[in-house]
Design a protein around this ligand. Structure first.
Ligand SMILES: [Mg+2]
Length: 116
């Protein structure tokens, strides 16, 4: 990834994540009961567990459709949106902060000829 493409990633996060998070919040509040951050945290981990189980089955050589994996990945995405909204987390700010840390470490390691 070029530095220009990385800048595009940052720009897309900055311009789109908050809107998407807000849309999920509006959708959740209009059509579903209010739930605690603890509920959504458990839901998130439950969905991540379902995804992990599918990957485990696939790893062991069993047939798992890409559609099933995509469905569970979508559940994880929706659950993290609901969790962040219920907990009052600004995902845009959190992701940008984390990417800054990751990129600083990655660059330091790259300068030393090391992989992340
Ligand atoms: Mg699921």
């Amino acid at each position: 990834m070029t530095s220009k493409e990385f800048s595009q990633l940052i720009e897309n996060i900055s311009s789109k994540i908050s809107k998407i998070q807000q849309n999920f919040d509006d959708y959740q509040k209009e059509f579903f009961p209010e739930r605690s951050p603890q509920f959504f945290c458990l839901e998130l981990n439950g969905e991540a567990g379902e995804l992990a189980n599918l990957e485990k089955k696939k790893w062991k050589g069993r047939e798992v459709s890409d559609d099933k994996i995509a469905d569970e990945a979508a559940d994880v995405f929706i659950a993290i949106m609901n969790y962040a909204n219920s907990r009052g987390i600004n995902l845009e700010r959190a992701i940008l902060n984390k990417l800054k840390i990751i990129e600083t470490i990655r660059q330091e390691r790259a300068d030393q000829g090391l992989k992340y």
